[in-house]
Design a protein around this ligand. Structure first.
Ligand code: HEC
Ligand code: HEC
Ligand code: HEC
Ligand code: HEC
Ligand code: HEC
Length: 492
């Protein structure tokens, strides 16, 4: 006997399926398969181009829609099996099937049904997908949807210089491979939120953050950094008059085009700095510096570390966030935050002892933000009522305004529900409240030279033009005197 032609074999195999699939369960399966298939085709190209970056979309694309699709296939198969069993039992299962052409009513119906389901999904998909994806990628979604978890980051972000940069531009950045990586960790994160197993606070440093140079340099690139920047930092004392002094630094920002300075030293072309530290990156044990343009290569180590025990493979390559670790989520300390608010006039510097009382009230312990919001203004008002009754009577408004600015400082920096207290997140840009630059500068010795350290020369990073001076001569020279606004350095 000659072998059967392929199409005949196919018909023999397919005809019973066409016949049996005209049952309710299989039809539901067909609808699911088309939903899964059509939406998946819509989302996948966006995902691969890196346009869609939210973890929920990732879950949808990589788990949800495939589950719907294969679930639908299973239903189709189950419907067919049940139908066959039923027809066999009743003895109505046909011995022979009509050919698969348009005269076959069942075949026509199946095609029509699949066609309508697909069309409906295309129409619905077009309407839904774009809006849904744009929403899920938005800052509102990232910051608010899992709001307890992300609240600290969202609130601090809103006060940062990057308040108009979308979360995903730093946390994921362009390109498909990091998109997929972020999806995988996103899936894990969503489950952590659903199951309430996420860590409080969220620990830093984020170990799988994309190398900052690939994200930050989309907008800032080292060749563009300027030479110097005047940084003006206000200070208020804890005396009755809240005496103001000012620090003025000329920061040697520098750039990557051989202009030296801070950026020239660490992120210029040809420079590579590798370092080893504890998991918090706050204690640096060794640093290797290499400049391929000058051929310079040096190793610096701390007192406890022997050069021979260093494993360079375990080192971290220094990038922007080793200094700018709070570009978007700036957590301030009470003293510093009060200085800023006093300088900005939101807290009234005319109120006696406001600096001292404010810092004390901020540092007191409160169980929730609501409790702080109620207690801080009450306590401040009480302080003036008992200690300075005349001020309390005459300056009611100034006290109320200052009190609410004080409570606002608390709400912007302390998040009891996430167990974030003052100073939990260190700021590496500086060397006063946290080790910052001095993690390396000052503690690390050139290998083999106990007396030679990484520079701690005050003028290498900044010229200290005035340090807590009541009336800095430099500001007078610049014409910034008296009532003229001096501006407040936004930090980072
Ligand atoms: C300008 C870039 C940038 C933007 C914009 C940004 N982040 Fe971050 N984010 C960072 C950096 C850098 C870190 C710190 C990484 C480290 O210390 O390892 C971080 C840390 C975090 C952390 C870990 C906890 C912490 O506070 O350090 C979370 C959670 C987070 N970001 C969420 C968000 C959310 C939500 C948004 C949008 C509302 C956002 N980020 C916007 C750069 C950014
Ligand atoms: C999508 C663009 C974009 C990305 C990505 C971005 N930034 Fe920025 N950044 C800006 C803009 C815009 C400003 C200016 C804000 C202003 O002038 O108030 C800025 C300001 C800054 C400043 C100066 C703040 C100040 O005090 O004036 C620093 C430092 C900075 N960014 C660091 C970073 C770091 C580090 C990263 C990567 C983690 C990053 N940026 C990612 C757009 C971006
Ligand atoms: C060694 C630490 C260090 C590294 C690494 C570093 N920066 Fe900076 N950066 C600083 C300091 C310090 C300042 C000045 C801060 C100030 O003015 O208070 C600064 C200032 C800036 C500014 C503001 C510039 C201006 O002219 O106002 C931007 C933007 C910036 N850095 C972005 C970056 C980016 C992007 C990278 C990574 C390519 C980077 N930085 C790497 C320490 C660093
Ligand atoms: C992880 C270690 C590390 C940290 C943290 C670090 N630096 Fe550096 N820094 C280095 C190394 C290494 C060199 C190069 C030393 C050399 O040339 O021998 C350097 C050089 C410099 C130089 C040039 C010094 C010179 O003599 O020309 C400046 C300026 C500087 N750093 C500023 C900063 C500032 C500001 C910070 C903090 C915001 C900082 N560094 C944080 C490792 C670090
Ligand atoms: C490795 C670089 C580096 C060295 C060395 C260095 N500083 Fe700084 N310093 C910084 C940075 C970065 C800041 C933060 C600037 C900002 O807040 O914008 C800073 C801030 C300061 C401030 C302002 C603090 C405040 O909040 O009022 C003072 C004062 C200061 N430095 C003094 C010194 C003195 C004195 C020395 C010498 C013993 C010195 N620094 C050495 C990098 C350095």
């Amino acid at each position: 006997m000659p072998p059967e032609p392929t199409h005949a074999r196919f018909r023999e195999w397919f005809s019973p399926i066409v016949h049996l699939s005209s049952n309710f369960i299989s039809r539901v399966g067909v609808v699911l398969v088309t939903i899964g298939g059509v939406l998946w085709l819509y989302l996948l190209p966006m995902a691969l181009r890196g346009e869609v970056v939210h973890p929920y979309i990732g879950i949808l694309i990589f788990m949800g829609l495939p589950a719907v699709f294969f679930g639908g296939l299973l239903l189709i198969a189950a419907g067919i099996a049940i139908q066959k069993h039923r027809e066999l039992r009743r003895g109505v299962y046909p011995a022979k099937f009509p050919p698969l052409d348009f005269n076959n009513r069942e075949f026509r119906h199946l095609l029509l049904f699949v066609g309508i389901a697909t069309m409906a999904n295309i129409v619905i998909g077009t309407q839904l997908v774009y809006g849904g994806v744009t929403y899920m990628d938005s800052v509102t979604f990232c910051g608010r949807t899992c709001h307890t978890v992300m609240k600290p980051e969202y609130v601090t972000y809103l006060h940062s210089p990057h308040a108009r940069v979308a979360c995903v531009q730093c946390h994921i950045g362009p390109g498909a491979s990091w998109f997929v990586r972020s999806k995988l960790s996103g899936v894990h994160q969503v489950f952590a939120v659903l199951l309430n197993t996420y860590p409080r606070p969220i620990p830093v440093p984020i170990s799988n953050l994309r190398p900052a140079r690939e994200t930050c340099e989309q907008c800032h690139w080292p060749a563009r950094f300027e030479g110097n920047r005047l940084v003006i930092i206000p200070h208020y004392a804890t005396d009755q008059a809240n005496t103001r002094t000012t620090t003025v630094l000329l920061m040697h920002i520098g750039g990557g085009n051989g202009q030296g300075g801070i950026h020239g030293a660490h992120v210029a072309a040809g420079v590579r700095i590798l370092y080893g530290a504890d998991p918090s990156r706050q204690k640096v044990h060794w640093v290797e510096y290499e400049n391929t343009r000058t051929g310079k290569k040096l190793l610096y180590v701390d007192n406890q570390t022997h050069s021979a025990t260093i494993h360079f493979q375990t080192g971290r390559s220094m990038d922007c966030i080793d200094c700018h670790n709070q570009p978007a989520h700036q957590f301030h300390l009470p003293n510093e935050a009060m200085n800023t608010e006093l300088a900005a006039g939101r807290i009234d510097a005319q109120l006696p002892y406001i600096k001292r009382e404010g810092v004390a009230l901020l540092k007191a312990s409160y169980r929730t933000q609501q409790e702080a919001t109620q207690s801080i203004p009450r306590a401040l008002t009480e302080f003036y009522r008992t200690k300075f009754p005349v001020v309390a009577a005459r300056q009611q408004q100034a006290i109320a305004r200052s009190a609410s600015a004080l409570a606002q400082i608390y709400r912007d920096n302390v998040f009891p529900r996430m167990k974030i207290g003052w100073g939990y997140y260190p700021n590496n840009l500086g060397h006063m409240a946290f080790p910052g630059c001095f993690r390396c500068h000052g503690n690390l010795h050139l290998a083999g030279h106990a007396d030679e350290t990484l520079t701690q020369d005050c003028t290498v990073c900044h010229n200290p033009l005035a340090i807590q001076s009541p009336n800095p001569a430099i500001l007078q020279q610049l014409g910034l005197t008296g009532t003229q606004p001096q501006g407040v350095n936004p930090g980072q």
